[in-house]
Design a protein around this ligand. Structure first.
Ligand SMILES: Nc1nc2c(ncn2[C@@H]2O[C@H](COP(=O)(O)OP(=O)(O)OP(=O)(O)O)[C@@H](O)[C@H]2O)c(=O)[nH]1
Ligand SMILES: [Mg+2]
Length: 391
């Protein structure tokens, strides 16, 4: 599957940059292309110049809202992010059209952090514009939810997230939810942490996008998971997970000679990888709420057997009894079994509900504050009503 990836704001831009690196890796290691174009859109010129891999010309690193924000961002006001995105939407849509191999693109993926200003405000607006312009291709969103500490310290965080989520839900074909808090590892410094988190967010897309683009017979599975399967799976709220388990256990050489034992070990490894994928989902949710799901098993060709594929299917079916499940096998990896899982068409997402209910009370607080501020302003105006003005 080939994507055009467009990142909005700092978070979105950095993740789009990570996708550009994923494409380099696919080209270098596997000789295939999975990203037909990578773009970053921001109101902040400094953030755009901090990217590493996205082409550095103004048609790939797109500055919007130049006059309104003077290149310094929108300071977490996502209404302003939405406004400048609306004004400059054509600039972005025109840039996408210049993608050289645009006609090969299967879908769009737009990325942003929900809690900021630019990305949070712009992603739904541009999703709508792109859908209007390119009606035949699905438009997916990848939305990054804030860290717990951001929710605790900045009240705008929850409100922005709620508004962003409600907006994308009404336009995007599917929304892949990624919760930053799920990726926190205490031992990383924050800066490295974000870079590491971004790499972890993007990793599950590697096999998923590559599997259907392989040209060599030895890398084509018995059941290929291609763009069609992914498009059929992705609808509404979606989460993803990725798990990996190493095959060769050093110190157990007997496993190589005793085949019956080896086979059960492989199945066990596959289940272990799927377990990891499901316990490390990009957002905590109940798999039973999924209406659609997919899994991709990547393993060395000789380790791939129908038992393993079937066991994984049964395992996932138990957890997602109502879901239509699609699957594929990908004979690729050396020495590891890895499993990528997507759960889609989720009919309940606790965290989204939490943002909606929490910000309902925030809206009242904002209204009250506005009324108070207007009241105070009127008192000041009242006091100065007899003073002459120079204008
Ligand atoms: N995973 C991840 N999250 C990030 C990154 N950068 C920022 N975030 C998260 O994104 C949210 C803030 O959004 P930003 O992208 O910084 O904001 P913006 O869209 O640039 O908007 P303004 O700066 O307000 O104009 C916060 O919840 C951050 O934790 C990143 O590189 N990776
Ligand atoms: Mg910013």
């Amino acid at each position: 599957m080939k994507l055009v990836v467009i990142g909005f704001g700092q978070c979105g831009g950095r993740i789009a940059d990570e996708f550009a690196r994923l494409n380099r890796r696919a080209r270098g290691q596997r000789g295939i292309e999975i990203i037909t174009g990578a773009f970053a859109v921001n109101t902040d010129a400094a953030d755009l110049s901090g990217l590493r891999t996205i082409k550095s010309d103004y048609q790939h690193r797109i500055l919007i809202g130049g006059r309104k924000t003077s290149g310094h961002g929108v300071g977490k006001i996502n209404e302003l992010g939405a406004e400048v995105a609306r004004e400059d939407a054509d600039k972005v849509v025109d840039a996408i059209r210049s993608t050289k191999r645009f006609f090969e693109t299967d879908a769009f993926l737009l990325v942003a952090g929900a809690a900021g200003g630019t990305g949070s405000g712009a992603i739904s607006i541009l999703t709508q514009h792109i859908k209007e312009r390119y009606g035949d291709k699905p438009v997916y969103n990848l939305v990054v939810l804030p860290f717990q500490h951001e929710e605790d310290t900045e009240e705008r965080t929850i409100y922005n997230s709620a508004v962003c989520l409600k907006s994308v839900n009404s336009v995007a074909d599917a929304i892949i939810l990624v919760d930053n808090q799920r990726y926190v590892r205490k031992d990383f410094s924050l800066k490295n942490n974000l870079a590491k988190i971004n790499a972890l967010i993007v990793e599950p897309f590697y096999d998923l996008l590559c599997a259907g683009e392989e040209k060599k017979a030895k890398h084509i599975g018995a059941k290929v998971l291609d763009a069609g399967d992914i498009i059929q799976t992705l609808v509404g709220w979606t989460v993803m997970g990725y798990g990996k388990s190493h095959l060769r256990l050093i110190g157990f050489p007997f496993e190589r000679t005793r085949n019956f034992r080896k086979k059960s070990t492989e199945t066990h490894k596959g289940i272990q990888a799927m377990d990891e994928a499901l316990s490390e989902l990009s957002l905590r949710c109940n798999p039973a709420d999924a209406g659609r799901a997919l899994y991709l098993l990547a393993a060395p060709a000789k380790e791939m057997n129908m038992d393993l594929v079937k066991e994984l299917g049964d395992y996932l079916k138990d957890l997602t009894p109502d879901a239509i499940i699609r699957n594929g096998d990908y004979p690729r990896e050396r020495g590891v079994v890895d499993v990528t899982v997507m759960l889609s068409e989720l009919n309940d997402v606790e965290k989204v509900r939490h943002y909606y209910t929490e910000s309902a009370s925030f809206i009242n607080v904002v209204k009250k504050r506005q009324q108070e501020a207007e009241g105070k302003l009127r008192t000041v105006e009242e006091a100065g009503k007899d003073i002459p003005s120079l204008l």
